[in-house]
Every structure is written in structure tokens, then in C-alpha cells.
Design a protein around this ligand. Structure first.
Ligand SMILES: [Zn+2]
Length: 451
């Protein structure tokens, strides 16, 4: 039981306990008065003329009559029971409810959006992986007749159709694509193929960074009658886990419109520069016998060596002579002759009873001693880097003819080059997550929501 003295004491000032059961009550330390939050902020919503907003101390200047605060006829409770307050309290409830619904709608929309994005990403990953499979197997992607009633819509669509019988994600691609043919359009295919090829190019650019390498190029006519120059680079791999110590990378096709040596040189330089390769890292160039490429004074090789690749000696395909190469390479390697002589003397004794049949074997044998035989090793590496022939380019062309067949000869140069990279460099892993990420950035048709 509360004593009368205590009760009087309590009523001399505001008490925090008054907040209980009164969510509307506000107290200001500054003015030492209390107000009604509901009546001050939610009376504007009142439209009925009969229900006037409250105008007592709780709304105007603040209530301070602490002694009467708990009086039923004057204080807090009297305000709480007034018509005006009851109305603003109900306005406040409506306001709160609206906020809650709005938040729920936003959350629901967000959840739907995230789910839609996830499904779109899954669908595109399936599409990209089928495109990659077609490219790696060098089989045609497009069909001759992709119309609704066609019985054979080409490998890409037929493979997806086959997968759709067991894979609900693939099935949904067809369901979504009936409304807008977005997912299966050639434009989407091209975008995905390009992104995957770019990913491989970046991997190769990373691998050849800072290395000495050889350039190989050869021209051939594709099935659409266009001249294509294929570009391959070759280098020695240092890593022990590689099966082959020599690696060749196909880095692309250049469509040729003009065939003079200067234009060809410019095209090659532009292409290699875009690839991020340093031109003075090329220690050899290998072309077939065509004079425009291999011409002694005004061929591509002469122009490149004079203006761009000072170290790029020319190897006439099939006429690779090792001594000549070594002599020429030595000129470009910073080499103290007396040191080189010492290295040769020591190596000679070391190899006396060894049977080594190729430079590659010599390289493998000496790999662990690289620090001790720096000069010899740089020459051995150079000799290995230099190609014997540009036959790798010919293998590129056989793939090119498989990809751009006589029937599919309307293929764009970009798509052909990208498909060749995917087909030839099939050892490179494709990161589909990155592909979809990249696609969401560059995709021009924003109908597929991915972000
Ligand atoms: Zn009020």
C-alpha cells in the first residue's frame, strides 16, 4: 500500500512509471512538461468536422500540473479518454499498419526478385555450358531451320530440348522463351561465346606475361571465302607439373581485307598489343614461304623486326637450322663470353656419359641447375621457344573449317574467332559464375534480370 506522504512526493514531478500503458506520452526535460505524441503528429489525418483535434495542454504548451497528473478528471487519463485523443490514437494505429504492409510488400518483392535473378543465372549457365560443349566438340550450333515446326533445330537447341526432359531448369528455358525468344536468340549466344573466349584470352595473356615467346602466323581462306590469319604463340613452360615443356597457344583469327605486308604487319601489331603482350619479348617469328610474310626486305617479318620486334628472328617454316638460331639468339642475349665459355667447359664434363637425344631432354636435365648455368639455359630455352614450322596454324585452320562449314558460312568473323579459341584452347577452365557476372554487365538486352 502506498502511503499518502509518498503519493504526494511522487506527484511533485514527472515519473517514468507513467509511460506504462501510455504509448502516446512524451516528456521533455528541457521544459519539464509532458505532451501527447499522437495528438501532436496525427491529428492532421482527421477529416470529420465532428471529431475535432484535441486542444488541451498535452497538445499546446505541455502539461506540468504534476499534483493532478493522476486525477481522473484533470490529468493524463482525462486526456487519454478525450474524443480528439481517441481519434489520433486510431490514426496512429492505421499509420503503423500501413507501414507494416508496405514493408511486407517490399520484402516480398525483394524475395521474388532474388529468386528470379537466381533462376535466370541458372538458365544462362545451362545455355553457356551447352554452347561451350558444342564449341569444344567443333560441332555446329545453329540449325538450318530453327522455326517452330522444324524437326531439327540444330545441335544447340536439340541438345537443350533433350536435356529439358530431365532437367527442370532447362525445361523452364523453353517455357520462358515462348513469350520472348530472349534466351535462345543468336544475339545471346554470341554474347556468351564472346565472354567465354575473352576469359580464355585473359588466362593466356596471364600465362605469357613476362616470357620470351615465338610468334607463328599463317593465312587461309574460310568457307565463306574470307582470308583469315591465324595467330599462335609458343613458349617454354617452367612449371614442373606440365606434361609438355613447350606450350602453344592459339590467340585468335585476324580477318584480312588487304594483303600487302605493311597492312598485315599493322594488323598483327594491333592484335598483339591489344593482347597485352610486349613486342620485344618475341624472339622468333615463323611463317610459311609466302613472300608477303617471309620476304627478306619488305615482308612482314622484315617490317616487324625493324620496327616492333628487334629480337624476333625470322624462321622460315621447315628450314629451321639450330646453329643459325643459336648464333642469332646469342646476339640478343646479354652474355659475357668468358662466363659462357666457363659454363660450357663445366657442362661438357657433366654430360660426358649422358645420352641426350634432343634439346628438350637437355632442358629437362638441366632445369634444376638453372642458376648455375644461366647463360646456357637462356639459349636452350630460346632454342626450344623457336618453332620448327608453323604447322600449328594449319591445325587451327582444320578446326576453323569444321566450325565454319559451307552451310554455316554466314557466321561473323568475331563468332568464328571466338568459337575457334573455345575449340582449340579446350584445356582452359571456364568459370561460369564469372561468365554470368560479366554477362550481366555487358548484356545489351535488359529483358533478362540478373542483378
Ligand atoms: Zn493525445
Amino acid at each position: 500500500m502506498i502511503s499518502t506522504t509518498n503519493l504526494l512526493k511522487l506527484r511533485k514531478s514527472f515519473t517514468a512509471k507513467w509511460y506504462d500503458e501510455r504509448p502516446w506520452l512524451e516528456y521533455s526535460i528541457k521544459t519539464n512538461s509532458c505532451c501527447c505524441y499522437f495528438c501532436r503528429h496525427f491529428s492532421a489525418l482527421t477529416t470529420s468536422s465532428q471529431k475535432k483535434p484535441q486542444t488541451d495542454a498535452f497538445v499546446n504548451h505541455g502539461f506540468q500540473n504534476w499534483k493532478r497528473a493522476l486525477d481522473k478528471s484533470k490529468g493524463l487519463d482525462r486526456h487519454a479518454q478525450s474524443q480528439g485523443h481517441i481519434l489520433t490514437a486510431s490514426n496512429f494505429t492505421v499509420f503503423q499498419e500501413r507501414g507494416r504492409i508496405k514493408q511486407n510488400v517490399v520484402q516480398l518483392l525483394d524475395k521474388n526478385r532474388i529468386e528470379k535473378i537466381r533462376r535466370n543465372q541458372e538458365r544462362l549457365t545451362k545455355i553457356a555450358s551447352v554452347l561451350l560443349l558444342c564449341a569444344r566438340q567443333s560441332i555446329g550450333i545453329r540449325g538450318h531451320d530453327e522455326s517452330e515446326n522444324s524437326l531439327n533445330k540444330g545441335n544447340f537447341i536439340e541438345m537443350l530440348k533433350w536435356a529439358s526432359s530431365t532437367d527442370p531448369i532447362v525445361k523452364s528455358i523453353f517455357e520462358e522463351s515462348t513469350r520472348s525468344s530472349t534466351y535462345l536468340s543468336p544475339a545471346i549466344q554470341n554474347e556468351l561465346i564472346k565472354i567465354m573466349a575473352e576469359q580464355i584470352k585473359r588466362q593466356i595473356a596471364e600465362k605469357i606475361k613476362g616470357q620470351a615467346f615465338a610468334l607463328m602466323a599463317d593465312e587461309n581462306r574460310d568457307n565463306g571465302g574470307h582470308e583469315q590469319l591465324s595467330i599462335v604463340i609458343r613458349r617454354v613452360v617452367n612449371a614442373d607439373n606440365h606434361k609438355y615443356i613447350i606450350q602453344k597457344y592459339f590467340i585468335g583469327l585476324i580477318r584480312l581485307h588487304e594483303f600487302d605486308a605493311q597492312t598485315l604487319s599493322n594488323e598483327i601489331v594491333n592484335y598483339l598489343t591489344n593482347y597485352g603482350a610486349k613486342l620485344d619479348s618475341y624472339i622468333a617469328q615463323c611463317y610459311d614461304g609466302a613472300s608477303v610474310m617471309s620476304g627478306k626486305c619488305s615482308g612482314v617479318q622484315a617490317i616487324l623486326r625493324q620496327n616492333h620486334m628487334p629480337n624476333g628472328i625470322h624462321i622460315h617454316c621447315h628450314v629451321h637450322r639450330l646453329n643459325l638460331v643459336i648464333v642469332d639468339v646469342t646476339k640478343h642475349i646479354d652474355c659475357d663470353q668468358s662466363h659462357l665459355f666457363n659454363e660450357i667447359q663445366v657442362l661438357k664434363q657433366m654430360l660426358e656419359n649422358k645420352k641426350l637425344s634432343s634439346i628438350a631432354e637437355l632442358y629437362q636435365h638441366m632445369k634444376s641447375l638453372e642458376q648455375a648455368f644461366q647463360r646456357i639455359m637462356s639459349m636452350v630455352k630460346a632454342a626450344l621457344t623457336i618453332p620448327v614450322s608453323s604447322s600449328t596454324c594449319e591445325r587451327v585452320f582444320s578446326k576453323m573449317h569444321l566450325i565454319k562449314t559451307r552451310i554455316q558460312n554466314s557466321m561473323t568473323d568475331e563468332r568464328l574467332g571466338d568459337l575457334c579459341i573455345l575449340s582449340i584452347e579446350h584445356d582452359c577452365e571456364i568459370n561460369f559464375e564469372q561468365v554470368i557476372d560479366q554477362f550481366s554487365v555487358v548484356h545489351k538486352n535488359s529483358r533478362i534480370m540478373l542483378r
